[in-house]
Design a protein around this ligand. Structure first.
Ligand code: HEM
Length: 406
């Protein structure tokens, strides 16, 4: 480990309350006892537990569990969850991404960036949203509705009440009713037309596959929503964050633009390690359990809410090496630590869309960097308390054609 002092903290997205120590700690949030985990090894071991935990983030408490609806991938567990993952996996393999989805993503990036070039620049947060939305819509199969309407319906899902802490019954009932109204609109406007079109003529997308597997419409709508939301809400944030760092670090940008795919993806992985989009992964413990990692052991009673604090785990020196708050693509990671840390989760619920998201980001960034990119207005940075992620908006950039940049 280096003994020279570390450069300043380079993170754009950090919260006052963020801490890296202690490794774990019990907190009281309202009336709820919460176990916060900040140590990478402990968090990783917890997320990889084969049983005894249930998803508690992303509005899980507003998603009623009834026999009329199967839980979507994100909220499901056990053999049924493994089957859902297995069935959808083929849409997200590196091969599917590079062979099937890449041409669509290149066309989209071309179309969006060309429009922005004509205007000399614009709002990158909006451009990223459009890109992330359109990619996910194509892969899921949400292609029969007006894209702007789909955008606003999906946006609505993230205006729900915060996910942390015990929620009063009245709030729970109200939020559940609002969420159900949104689901119904999403079904009628976006999913039902897609199902009808695929019954008539199946295609190679997630909805066609769910229809062919005999899934009921009410289950298809929730699964489609999960993929659309999970893929869109995160990637749209990472694209502007990555560009922000690359514009500010010309040497890194030069290297990124000259590098082959593996090195480019490695650079993006280091950016997302430092600026993990999802900040906290929440689980409810359903059976009393003992969590062990190295020297540490924690007894966790049933009913505990566990908060794996990813901004802390991803900057845990023991896992990601010295100077964890700086962007260093040459850093020495501890054995078996992925370059992105736990930015894409770990264990049974880890992100199936990781390769797609990184590839999509890479395609759009390289298309943008065919221009000289200048930041006209740094984005506003807020926090989305439902998905526990940062939220960048109003990020104005200027695009200047390369020939006039000398
Ligand atoms: C930069 C972009 C992305 C980030 C940072 C990200 C992050 C994550 C994280 C941290 C989880 C784990 C949640 C948990 O354990 O509670 C997750 C799950 C998931 N992600 Fe992503 N994701 C991204 C892009 C995508 C894309 C593009 C898709 C697909 C279109 C996608 C689909 C999913 C799904 C379906 C799950 C739930 C998996 C399960 O529960 O088994 N994600 N993502």
């Amino acid at each position: 480990m280096s003994t020279s002092p570390c450069p300043a903290d380079q993170r754009k997205a950090r919260r006052e309350a963020d801490r890296n120590h202690p490794a774990y700690e019990w907190e009281l949030r309202g009336t709820q006892r919460v176990l916060v985990i900040r140590d990478f090894g402990l968090g990783h071991a917890f997320l990889r537990l084969p049983e005894g935990t249930r998803q508690a983030g992303f509005g899980a408490q507003f998603t009623p569990r009834t026999r009329f609806m199967n839980p979507p991938t994100l909220f499901n567990d056990g053999p049924a969850h493994r089957e859902q993952r297995r069935a959808a996996a083929r849409f997200f393999t590196p091969r599917a991404v590079t062979r099937t989805h890449e041409p669509m993503m290149v066309d989209l990036a071309d179309e969006l960036v060309t429009t922005m070039e004509r205007q000399g620049g614009g709002d990158l947060a909006l451009l990223s949203f459009r890109m992330a939305m359109a990619v996910v819509a194509a892969i899921v199969g949400l292609t029969e509705s007006d894209p702007r309407g789909l955008e606003s319906r999906l946006e609505g899902f993230f205006e729900t009440a915060p996910a942390v802490g015990k929620v009063p019954l009245r709030t729970m009932v109200r939020e559940t009713a609002i969420a159900q109204g949104r689901v119904l609109r999403f079904y009628v406007r976006d999913v039902r037309p897609a199902i009808r079109a695929r019954r008539a003529e199946p295609r190679d997308d997630v909805i066609s596959h769910l229809v062919a597997a005999g899934m009921r419409p009410q289950d298809i709508v929730i699964e489609a929503l999960t993929y659309a939301a999970a893929g869109m809400v995160t990637t749209r944030q990472f694209i502007p964050m990555a560009l922000w760092h690359l514009v500010e670090q010309p040497a890194l940008r030069e290297r990124y633009l000259a590098a082959g795919t593996d090195e480019r993806l490695r650079i993006l992985a280091e950016i997302i390690r430092l600026e993990t989009v999802a900040g906290n992964l929440l689980r409810t413990v359903t059976h009393p359990l003992r969590l062990e990692h190295g020297e540490r052991a924690v007894d966790i009673p049933a009913g505990t809410l566990v908060d794996v604090a990813l901004r802390a785990t991803n900057t845990d020196e023991a896992a990601v090496g010295s100077c964890p708050f700086t962007l260093d693509t040459e850093r020495t990671l501890a054995p078996k630590i992925p370059p992105a840390g736990m930015a894409f989760g770990a264990g049974a619920h880890s992100c199936p869309g990781e390769y797609l998201a990184m590839h999509e980001t890479d395609i759009l960034l390289r298309r943008l960097f065919r221009n000289e990119v200048t930041i006209e207005r740094e984005p506003d940075l807020a926090w989305n308390d439902l998905v526990l992620a940062y939220d960048l908006s109003d990020f104005r950039i200027r695009l200047t054609p390369p020939q006039s940049s000398s």
